[in-house]
Design a protein around this ligand. Structure first.
Ligand code: GN1
Ligand code: MG
Length: 358
């Protein structure tokens, strides 16, 4: 009997793989369902995991050519003795991806004996996450930002997310607005509080822009971080975006859609380990960037929360959902962490100034 993998059969996926420059054989697949956007499969040959096959979501990523160019450029630089390289397997056409009637597909090498962590309680993991994010930025720092395309313009822009939220609110049903009342009020309050940052003074860097903990590969053998994965949102940005996304998923050991908010915590020992990891490759940030980090740790969970709320009000048109109110649960949990990060602003600044010296 044919195995069905989400919307695809094993035969369909094999037909797609035939269009890539890889050994022609019959592969088998495992569907990886952690992401909210793309369709992702681990490709096996005789029980051995060899590649990652992905169909890139065209609704979200409208400039696939630009997105693949960004990844191609970055991958060339992202290699070092303490940073594992991932390679794109080109299509038969020579392009880095395949344009097919079912969408855009790409194949990347799979790093054996690697794993990811959705959350952690271990300072060693938090340290390694910091170390590899710093390494990623150090390796990409010499890149010219003008060579990279902003594939989702204003991705982490507060003003854009505010406009999208207000538009969704204006169209939302009374019932949804009632259910989401406390989240709507919190959004209005935070939009004012967070509008104070002047980004113009901060340098633009090539950022990952989605540095949540499960976008970091770890070695199953040594527990060391190997590299960052999921580079779709790689484009210019400010370092505090990458810092904030990592913080919200490292120092909080609850899931992103956790409904029991008692489980959402700001673990100081994990924060300190993470910052130690960031500092372990030497300094690479300027003073203003360091001063923006605590703000980033509040901004990022808030931005993801308001985006989830907007999607809830829009009847779930952006994120894949596993159940009806998942977007609202994600929003509420992200907002809860936002509050906890906000309450720790002074603490974060004192750790950051001590460990990163500002
Ligand atoms: C989306 O699908 P995934 O997990 O790679 C989103 C990120 C969020 C993440 C989790 C392009 O990424 O910004 O951090 O969900 N990516 C996009 O909330 O919107
Ligand atoms: Mg992503």
């Amino acid at each position: 009997m044919a195995i069905v993998l989400g919307n695809y059969s094993e035969d369909e996926l094999n037909t797609i793989l035939k269009e890539f420059k890889i050994a022609p054989k019959k592969y088998s697949f495992e569907s990886l369902t952690a992401g909210y956007i793309n369709d992702t499969f681990l490709v096996y040959s005789e029980e051995k995991p060899l590649f990652i096959l992905q169909r890139v979501n065209q609704n979200v990523f409208q400039n696939i050519e630009g997105l693949m160019m960004n990844i191609y450029r970055a991958f060339k630089n992202l290699k070092a003795k303490d940073y594992s390289q991932i390679k794109l397997q080109p299509a038969l056409s020579g392009k880095a991806y395949l344009s097919h009637k079912t969408g855009y597909w790409r194949v990347m090498t799979y790093i054996v004996n690697s794993t990811t962590h959705d959350t952690t309680t271990k300072p060693e993991i938090a340290f390694e996450a910091g170390r590899i994010i710093a390494k990623f930025h150090i390796l990409l720092a010499p890149e010219k930002v003008t060579n990279y395309v902003d594939t989702i313009p204003k991705f982490h822009d507060l003003e854009l997310r505010k406009m999208q939220f207000l538009a969704a609110l204006a169209r939302a049903s009374e019932e949804k607005k009632k259910i989401a009342k406390s989240a709507i009020l919190f959004s209005e309050e935070m939009l004012i509080k967070l509008a104070v940052m002047n980004d113009a003074e901060l340098p633009l860097r090539v950022c990952h822009n989605d540095t949540k903990l499960n976008n970091i590969l770890f070695s199953k053998e040594t527990q060391k971080a190997l590299c960052l994965i999921d580079l779709d949102t790689l484009m210019t940005g400010h370092f505090h975006y990458d810092f904030g996304d990592a913080t919200r998923t490292i120092v909080n050991s609850a899931a992103e859609d956790e409904q029991n908010h008692d489980k959402i915590t700001f673990e100081k020992h994990l924060f300190e380990a993470f910052v130690d990891g960031l500092a372990s490759n030497g300094s690479f940030l300027n003073k203003k960037e360091i001063q923006a980090l605590a703000y980033g740790a509040i901004l990022m969970p808030f931005l993801h929360g308001i985006r989830a709320l907007t999607d809830y009000l829009n009847n779930n048109i952006y994120y894949k959902i596993a159940y009806e109110n998942q977007n609202l649960d994600r929003c509420m949990s992200l907002f809860d962490f936002t509050k906890k990060a906000l309450a720790n602003t002074d603490y974060m600044n004192s750790v950051l100034s001590d460990k990163l010296k500002f």
